[in-house]
Design a protein around this ligand. Structure first.
Ligand code: ZN
Length: 346
């Protein structure tokens, strides 16, 4: 009798362990532990047994019932885990993925690319140069000798070169203006020269809505025979309207810079306030965006061009300010703010 019970147990265990689904497992459970299951049928023989045999038989049947129930629970959780793993593995590789977040060009970079394209149409080449510059290229080659008062307007960052000992102290600086590239480029070229140089410049300046200690400029210069001041005006008018729209208003005012003769300041009607006056244009309604003028004969002489044969014009667009005006931003400092809520608006 006991052997019959053990046989039922062994059959049940081997069937439980071979199940692949919870439905199969449930069938096995009913087959062995259900009301008309094999264990209950075996129990029906109980009255035929002697009292001692009955006690032993009942105890064994109960133990087997517990063992089988436990085996079913274990198998059920094993099957569940297997299904989970199957779900993990059943990836549909053809499903379109979530597109990764990709960045975009910074508004300054976008504007530089646009500007280079506009100047290309006029036959200009774009050049690049060092941010760490010598006093000679930044100032002296541009007709700004060491004691010239205009140096005071370009608060300069001097680099510590005590360790190097190869340069006179104060000779190595962070470039204060992109105009320093004039001499570097013209030394290597013969007229006609038409070049623009976008880049970042540094000045030890008080920072406010329209001034920064690091900002972008775009230097441009043209050297040829018979160049006139009106060529400069026409070029700037064409370029600025191409970049900022046909409705902008420009005005030129005479001024004095050592590297140009005559020199002009270019103003654009403030696009932030529409000319009414705001903190960006210092309530004047106009924003100064570039010094310009006819290249001083001394600058041409410094690079080996004969000023009796050649002349030309130069201009230096305050590029950070131009971008601020283009997007009607009220503060130039927003351009160097890494906050994505700002950058993502462009
Ligand atoms: Zn304004």
């Amino acid at each position: 009798m006991i052997e019959e019970l053990l046989q039922i147990k062994n059959d049940a265990i081997s069937l439980i362990l071979s199940t692949q689904t919870t439905e199969q497992l449930e069938e096995i459970r009913i087959q062995f532990l259900g009301r008309s299951g094999k264990l209950n049928i075996a129990m029906k023989q109980l009255p035929k047994l002697t009292p001692e045999e009955r006690a032993r038989f009942g105890k064994t049947a109960n133990e087997i019932k517990n063992i089988l129930e436990e085996a079913i629970i274990n198998q059920k959780s094993k099957l569940k885990n297997q299904n989970k793993n199957k779900e993990k593995l059943s990836i549909d590789f053809t499903t379109p993925s979530i597109p990764p977040k990709i960045g975009h060009l910074h508004p300054i970079t976008q504007a530089i690319t646009d500007t280079v394209e506009v100047f290309k149409m006029l036959g200009y080449q774009a050049a690049d140069g060092p941010e760490i510059e010598t006093d000679y290229y930044n100032f002296e080659a541009l007709n700004i000798p060491k004691d010239h008062p205009s140096r005071d307007t370009q608060m300069t960052f001097y680099l510590d070169d005590k360790e190097v000992q190869t340069n006179t102290p104060g000779e190595i600086i962070l470039r204060t203006q992109m105009s320093g590239m004039q001499a570097r480029v013209m030394e290597k070229m013969e007229p006609p020269v038409r070049v623009i140089v976008p880049g970042k410049v540094y000045r030890y300046e008080q920072v406010d809505a329209s001034h920064g200690f690091e900002f972008w400029q775009l230097e441009g210069f043209l050297v040829d025979k018979h160049v006139r001041l009106t060529d400069l005006f026409g070029t700037l008018d064409y370029v600025l309207k191409a970049l900022l729209g046909k409705n902008i208003e420009l005005k030129f005012a005479t001024t004095n810079f050592p590297f140009v003769e005559p020199g002009v300041d270019t103003y654009i009607k403030c696009t932030v306030c529409g000319g009414i006056g705001c903190s960006f244009c210092k309530n004047s309604g106009w924003s100064e965006i570039m010094p310009a003028g006819m290249i001083h004969p001394n600058v041409l002489r410094n690079v080996g061009f004969d000023p009796k044969v050649y002349n030309g014009f130069a201009f230096c667009i305050g590029f950070s300010r131009l971008v601020t005006l283009k997007y009607q931003m009220s503060d130039l400092r927003l351009l160097s703010n890494p906050d994505l809520r700002i950058i993502n608006q462009f």
